[in-house]
Design a protein. Sequence first.
Lengths: 1182, 266
Amino acid sequence: MGRIKNNQCQKETSLTDSHSDSDQAVGTSSDDGFDEPKPITAHKRKVPFVKSEAKKKKLKHTEENVKPPTLEEIKEIRDTRNLFHSNLFKLQVKEMLEELQLKTKYSTYIESWIETFTTAVHEFKDGLLDNCQLEVPLHLHKKSFNFQFLTPTSEPKLIGAAATGTVLGPKLVVDVALEMPETCFQKDDYRNLIYDQKRALYLATVASKLKQLPAFAADQFAYNFHANNPLKPVLELTPAAKIGKHLSFRLFITAPVNIFKLSRFVPWNNNIRPSIFGDEWDESEALPSTPHYNANVLFDLTQAENQKLLQSTFTGHRNFQDGLLLLKVWLRQRQLDVGFSGFSAHIIAAYIVYLKQHRLLHQSSSSYQVARTVWNQLANSDWTQGITLCQQQPHQLSTLAGYYDVCFMDVTGYYNLCASLPLAVYKAVCAEAKLAVELLNDVKVNSFSHIFMQKSPLYMRMDNILKITNPASVDQLLQLHVKPHVKYDYANYAHPQLLKLLTDLLQKGLGQRVHAIVPLEVPSKSWTVDSKAPAIGHCLTLGFILDPEHAFEVLDKGPATNEDPDGAAEFRKFWGDKSNLRRFQDGSITEAVVWAAATDAPSQKRLIVRNIVLHLLEKHLQLDSSDVQYIASELDVVYSLTPSFKVAKLQTKLKLVQETDAEALTPHVIHCFDALARQLHSLEDLPLDIVSISGISPVFRYCEPQPLLPQARLVSDRMHAGHVLRVIIQLSPSGKWPNELGALRSLKTAFLIKIGQQLKEQQHLHSHLCKEGLLVLKQGYCFLLELAHSKELALLKQQQTERGVTTYMDNPASRELERRHYILPRVSGALHALHQSQSTFGPTVLIAKRWLATQLLDDGLWPSIATELLVAHLFQQRQTPHPTVAPQTGFIRFLQLLAHSDWGSEMFLLNFNNTWTEQQITDLEHSYRSERDSYPGLYLATAYDQQHAGRLWTTEECPSKPVLGRVTILARHALELIESSLMSPTIRFVRPAQLFMASGDGYDLVIELKPDLLPNTLCYDLGSSFLPISLRNFRLPLAGSDQLAKIVQQLRSAYSEYAAFFYNPHGGKELAIVWRPASEFAPKPFKVNELRASTPCSNGKVQVVRDTLVEDFKLLLKDFYLRISTPDQLKREQRNHNKPKRYFNDQSESYKPQKKKKKEPVTNLTGPKKRLTKSKSLSALC
Amino acid sequence: MTEIEGYRVVPLRMTPDAKNCHSVYMREHFIRLMDPNKPKGRTLFLLNVPPYVTEASLKTFFKSKGNVESVLFAEKPGRDETTNWYEGMDVPFSNVQTPFKFKVAYVVFQKSSSIGRALAIDSIDMFNSSGECLIKTGMELWHDDYVNNFILDVAKTQNQINAYMARYDKRERAALAAAKTSEADPDGWVTVGKDGRNAGFEQKESVIGRIESKLEKDKKTKELKNFYTFQIRESKMQNIVELRKKYEEDKQKIELLKKSRRFRPF
């Protein structure tokens, strides 16, 4: 109390003299408090305040009292709060911008380079072409014409990012433009690609001349195409110096604006005559227009003008540059700026200028405002009608817009900046911008990392992907199906022609089923200057973003035959014989196409889009399904029922088919559970009513990856079941329950006995009482009923303090009980609801769980509920504008989450029903950050966790830090495999066997278990890397007796100090063991408390001997273990063995060893250090 | 005949021909504060007992050296460790098991003379004369465990419950009766229950908390706030301090993030 008073006295005195300060500060307004365009010229004493907050803070700390606030400070704090929601966002943005700023060593290098380059260029001698010894980087059938190299008359200029001061790392690319002199051109050069050839020749000459100069001779010379455009070759110069690792230069050749009349290149003009491709053209017809080619030339001609405009906005305006940087980062993380059809950063820069022209941005807008305004405007923009930077547009925008998908005219009014931008990509960018704005407005999420930090490659947003890479089929498409005017328009570049052809067709066929069809491009690779230019774009990869509401409709209905006969005829023509005349329940008779039965399993319905696309390709483009690759649901097979189990043998009333999967079987289980719940509710003669019944097993939330068949049965009065489904029952409240734990539990058990008896009498259901509850058998499923009572929880928590006061303290037992009886049912309900709203959630979890299981991570190492919650987090969080529809894509995104999460600093919050308030979230974050070490390695919290947030679903040991690290590595590797196969034109998509089988390396010991004692999984089994597939056994175990899991639990509890144990919980037949580092086995001094498992060795020291432990393992695994060997031995055996026959194709056999080798460093569980010790430990054992 | 730091080291053999055995360290149990359950002079202390060894098996083995009163386990030597080891085992239907870990054992003999004989052994053999193991392992163990422990017999369980509840009721009645009589004990204290004529309030944290907070609230309502200038000024100041604090916290967060290099987007 006293101190505060003291402070106050001081404060009052200081308040008076601060008046003068604040008066002056009024004049210096800042829009949002950072990145003011002009430094504030305030009172001298203020300068440190404004410039560096850090200093100010220090000042405050040292004085230990409350300083009077200055107007600025208040304003700043308030502004950041209103604008950014938090200081945090602002500070993060600031830090990131600092990180992105071009370092001075680079900028000075660039300056000096330009200087040397300029002098070098001006010393070039004029000459004929013959002097050029390098290849010309262009693929055009040459027609002889005169070309002479002339010394450039104008200076080379920085363009693009370098000119606007927004070069973005990590590989800095500086664009330099060199203008060809006017005299290089003749009158007719605009026509028939002569301009492009001259440009390429000029580039080649410059390259060859540069190469001969001593200043550049050592540099790396390479050609590349600008934005995958084969008409725009550029020269890539990488300095030989060390700086070249991070910096390279790209040389563009441009032409002066006045060499041709710009009006020659209006979109309706033709500048490529059909004759150049050897085509005939009817003289009487107008020549086909070539808007895209025209834009291509205009790009060069208007370069200088546009650059001037950009520089007027960006040069010297740090705020605009930073704003552009932010937007570039945002765009790059989403990979929307790649390739010929990308939304390039150049467009963004021009759009900023456009917004400034329209006074939506002004000089003093801060970088954040720039970014935010651009997003805001983009989100609500419509460029299809055309916008322009030109003050006096020479032609009507509406006319121009008709020639392009998207129209954004440049400063001259002739060049469309978005000429090659397809509508779908533009729409995708708008949707992303909209999402960004929404994220910024949401106070409950820290949007910074979502917007800027998280990498979210374009292919991870695609539900299905179509790849046409077969050269023969590409040629066939180009020759037979592309209309000639399209060919002229794109100057015979294959990629946009294919894109147009296919998107037009597929968009028409798929209609509402897709949100967007987006091309996926890979940036072209550079090639050395002395080799020929590669042909690019001879393939197409299309991504489909599906609309979950319509994508899986089984029926495409055409117009009614009697009302619109023409439409019906066209519909029939479009769909071919797939279309039938059908009569519907509402009486209408129409043409319709049926793709699947309404009763089909969801996994089958997910293939509808695939079937439509393949049908259309075959019908209209004569492409067989083997000519193309359609990637959809490749990995879904992992949760399907194994083909070796025959459903027909099963005795059940349910209608089951052989080709079924865990997802399709789940509704049967839930159905049966609902029936049981009804029966329980209707039970009479119970002392208390049953008020709530909730299932807590994963299957009740669609998260059980192993197919659940109605197999459970009584055999000689014992219950046999593969799975036990846990159910929690709550009774109506009563005050008569005893106040002692033992008595309460006794009464609970008595209640269960009663329920069991009544079920038998009234409903004729078999039940067994067991230690954990009441086992009930119904329709081939085995349920385990447990009673929950709040008093039990209270009694567990109850403690007496010294004063005799009763308090309630959480302890591990009470927490576990609360979790199982109260929180899990609610979370289960929430996840169930999530699956109802996004039906991809369940199957995604199934694939994810299967993957973790096949990586030998069982429940004891990685809690399966953590998988569910992480996937739920993925689905709740709005990372993408459209929800993921394909489970496979969901799984890839899950891998991305595992691969790139920083477990130590990220918290995964599941705000079900938005129950948490902003304050609660900040509190959670605060306690998480300040007491990080008291929380488990993986922080998961749901809105129902109450005071246990973060500690309920995971523990320190499960998953432990090494396991988290291992999961990260495994996920990265899997992602790499997927990505490379997806983007490569030659490799097919990964087979499940590549992903869903653990590598056998890195383990010290493998204990083979007896296959006839352990039942196989009903999942589609991809085999083990250690053992050949043995005889299958689908014997049902006794209900609730998962012996292997229990043994492993024992092993872990007793021996985890010395070894780690791995097995596949889905029917694994081996136990892999990794010894802890050798230091654990070194001799150590005798200490009474540290004597576990040690034997005396010399000098009165003790030591843990591995052989003794192995004997223990054998003992504990008695009757189960077959033999112990090392992975190497097993591998040798497998090699010697005449290739064991597997049921997946033989290719995998030849493929596997390579894959394993590749994986070797990855599976090394304990890092490089422990890797070294491994060989020693092995030799010790042998 | 190895000895180390006063402990006698003997191998624990699971089978007659076992080679790689665990070493058990034995000595007479002796500490200053003796536990009545582990009486002085009659208790043998064993260190490093493997997890799978049971009380019964040790009892059987040491019977040959003298009658064994009891065998107790603990995770490590020390007070209350044995109680911790067996915690929760006395509550029926509670599903608690003793930890499966390396442990220490206390073998209490009936006669102190047995100790000497026990310390003279060459090995602890977990098998009987015909070579059969004293500890159930493997399928036998799991099956037994399932049939006898996991699945409960309804009639037997019902009887058990009835017996337990009868005892519980008796206890409760006795406690109730004691509360009702409310007679002063020799020191003059009266036990007050929640029932009866002059019942006190329940000694629960929540109840006490409620009463205390009510008292505090009463006090507060009488106070004037936002009345004097200095109070207003103070609250304003508080506001600023909070704003600054938040700013400071955010900066700290940033520092943390900076350390983990979270600002490089690529």
